[in-house]
Design a protein around this ligand. Structure first.
Ligand SMILES: Nc1ncnc2c1ncn2[C@@H]1O[C@H](COP(=O)(O)OP(=O)(O)OP(=O)(O)O)[C@@H](O)[C@H]1O
Ligand SMILES: [Mg+2]
Length: 369
């Protein structure tokens, strides 16, 4: 009997083998019934049989799109929802293959050329379905993780807002003893730092989930934006000296909040990763149809091989010989560049013994023509 006919004729038997296999997994921990889990296994088997009948043997074609591919996607999604681990899903495919081939070989006896051909094609189709299932399962898992992080970051904002407001209220209270006031100031600064990390995390998950960074463009002035970013960073690093130089007309159509976030990230980095006690300079000038903002700090140069990587998400450099604690997530530059790109601009770095300079190049009006 041809393998495709065998599968169709013995569907119930093969599914009862599958049930026996599934009982070895602890399905009580899943929210889905055994019956529901069998439905996609049944559809997948039917489709594999249909593919075996329909498609010619193509040993060189590594990838054959088939109905089984589509069903493999559905199958993987169901397994992920049902709480299967990746290993369990792969074991399920292995068990299906072993059971089908064992029963078929028992019924068929000797293998002729046709049976051999069926066997090769069945393995190809099943491997393809397995590959598709794994890739869909992994993508689904990553998405679920991103959503989890996104929701967590989003929900952390409210209690953090309450902490920041309470710290602010304490700082303003006249009767507060000096040491308590210092403590309230530290709570406020740490809250601001956490707020920035959470904002970065939210933006990161948003871009990972496929949404571009939303921009609210309006008429803005880059000098005002620089002042805002500097005020924000000065509140966190009151001991640090900052220099601001602005030249030319610095008006344009931008998202002022986003640009302040970008500059605050660069300024924060300059303090965090530059030499302690050295001034940080922010210089802005006009060029034709665009403005250029540079953030410069003195410090150990970023090694040449790191200069591309530091813009990758979750990438934090290591500076040999520094004692300073690393508290960041490695998202600041990734988001800063996303904001520049969303404005149709660029963000680049130059680093040498004389210091590190991040350069933002920004067109006056990033709206599409
Ligand atoms: N001004 C700078 N001088 C030297 N190295 C820098 C500077 N800015 C960034 N870097 C390097 O680039 C890395 C990535 O920076 P990024 O801002 O993305 O992450 P981070 O500052 O480590 O953490 P966070 O998510 O809090 O910003 C840093 O860990 C650091 O090694
Ligand atoms: Mg940073």
């Amino acid at each position: 009997m041809r393998l495709a006919d065998f599968i169709d004729a013995n569907l119930d038997l093969l599914l009862s083998d599958w049930r026996a296999f599934a009982r070895q997994l602890d399905l009580r921990r899943t929210a889905v019934s055994e019956h529901a889990l069998q439905t996609s296994a049944r559809s997948l088997l039917r489709q594999l049989a249909a593919d075996l009948r329909a498609q010619p043997h193509e040993p060189s074609a590594g990838h054959r799109p088939s109905g089984a591919t589509r069903l493999a996607h559905v199958h993987a999604r169901n397994r992920l929802r049902a709480g299967f681990t990746l290993t369990e899903m792969v074991s399920e495919f292995c068990a299906l293959r072993a059971n089908i081939l064992e029963r078929w070989a028992r019924e068929n006896g000797e293998m002729d050329a046709q049976a051999h051909d069926d066997l090769v094609r069945f393995n190809q189709a099943l491997d393809q379905a397995l590959k598709e299932s794994i890739s869909r399962y992994s993508a689904g898992l990553e998405r679920a993780r991103d959503l989890f992080v996104g929701i967590l970051a989003h929900d952390l904002r409210t209690p953090l807002g309450a902490i920041a407001m309470s710290a602010q209220a304490l700082m303003l209270a006249d009767e507060l003893p000096g040491r308590c006031r210092e403590a309230a100031t530290r709570i406020g600064h740490s809250g601001s730092r956490m707020q920035r990390m959470i904002d970065d995390l939210l933006d990161f998950t948003r871009t990972r989930l496929g949404s571009p960074l939303p921009l609210a463009l309006s008429n803005a002035n880059l000098e005002d934006i620089c002042t805002r970013a500097l005020d924000e960073i000065r509140a966190i690093h009151p001991e640090q000296t900052f220099l601001l130089e602005c030249h030319g007309r610095l008006a344009g159509r931008w998202d002022a909040n986003r640009l302040a976030q970008l500059l605050a990230n660069l300024l924060g980095n300059a303090v965090q990763h530059g030499y302690a006690g050295r001034p940080v300079a922010l210089r802005v000038r006009r060029d034709e149809g665009c403005v250029i903002a540079e953030v410069h700090n003195e410090g150990a140069p970023i090694p040449p091989h790191m200069r591309h990587q530091i813009f990758d998400p979750l990438m934090r450099g290591q500076r040999p010989g520094t004692e300073r604690r690393r508290t960041g997530l490695g998202l600041g530059l990734y988001i800063a560049r996303q904001i520049a790109v969303a404005h149709r601009g660029t963000l680049t770095v130059a680093s040498s013994e004389s210091g590190t300079t991040f350069t933002l190049w920004l067109p006056d009006d990033p709206s599409p023509d």
